[in-house]
Design a protein around this ligand. Structure first.
Ligand code: SF4
Ligand code: SF4
Length: 192
C-alpha cells in the first residue's frame, strides 16, 4: 500500500484528523484560484488566527468552523467542504474581525457558487427559489395568516394581492434572464 503522509488540518473533525489519510489525488490544486473567480479573496493570506470562528454566531452548532473551512481551502480539500458552507448566515461578523482583511463571508458565498455549479444544491434552496418565482418571496404564503388578517379587517398579504402579480412577473423575467432558473433547476416554474 502506498505510504502517505497524514495532514493536520486544524481541528476540522476528529474523524478527519485522526482516521483519514489525505493524499494528493484528493486535493484540488487550483481551488484557491477557483474561489477567487467567484468573488473570494486569496485564502492563502489567512493567518489561521481563529477570530472568524470566535465571532461566528453559528460556530458552536457546526462541525466545520469558519477557520477550518478556510484551512481546507488553502489545502485544496474541495470535496470535504462543499457540503458545509450553507450553514453560513452571511452576517459578516467574521469580516469585521479578520486581521487579514480576507472576508470569510465572501469565501462562503464563493463556495456556494462553486457548489451550485457542481450540482450540489440542498433541497431547501430549491424550495426557496421556487417560492420566489411563484409568490415573490422565499416562504410560501400561509392561508391561515390571510384568514386571521380577514378577521381583523386587513387586506390579504401582498402575495395574494392581484396588483402584486406584476412584481412576481418581474422576478420571473430576472430569474430567467440571469439563468438562475437553469442553474438551480426550477425552469419549469419560470414561464417567460
Ligand atoms: S479571522 Fe481571517 S485571518 Fe483569522 S482565521 Fe479567520 S479568515 Fe483567517
Ligand atoms: S458570515 Fe458566516 S462564517 Fe462569517 S460570522 Fe457570519 S455566519 Fe459565521
Amino acid at each position: 500500500m502506498k505510504e502517505v503522509e497524514k495532514v493536520f488540518i486544524g481541528g476540522l473533525k476528529e474523524e478527519l484528523m485522526e482516521d483519514k489519510v489525505i493524499d494528493e489525488s484528493q486535493l484540488a490544486p487550483g481551488f484557491a484560484e477557483e474561489i477567487k473567480k467567484y468573488g473570494g479573496k486569496d485564502v492563502m493570506t489567512c493567518l489561521q488566527c481563529g477570530n472568524c470562528t470566535g465571532v461566528c454566531p453559528i460556530s458552536l452548532k457546526i462541525d466545520y468552523k469558519t477557520r477550518n473551512i478556510i484551512k481546507c481551502c488553502q489545502f485544496g480539500l474541495k470535496k470535504y467542504i462543499l457540503s458545509t458552507r450553507w450553514v453560513c448566515a452571511t452576517c459578516y461578523r467574521c469580516y469585521e474581525h479578520c486581521p487579514a482583511d480576507l472576508n470569510p463571508a465572501e469565501i462562503m458565498i464563493a463556495l456556494r457558487h462553486i457548489a451550485v455549479r457542481e450540482g450540489i444544491i440542498p433541497p431547501f434552496v430549491k424550495t426557496a427559489a421556487t417560492n420566489l418565482v411563484k409568490y415573490g418571496q422565499s416562504v410560501r404564503p400561509d392561508e391561515e395568516i390571510d384568514k386571521i388578517r380577514r378577521e381583523l379587517g386587513l387586506k390579504p398579504v401582498h402575495t395574494h394581492d392581484p396588483s402584486f402579480k406584476s412584481v412576481i412577473r418581474e422576478i420571473q423575467v430576472l430569474v430567467h434572464a440571469s439563468k438562475y432558473d437553469k442553474l438551480i433547476g426550477i425552469q419549469e416554474e419560470v414561464k417567460v
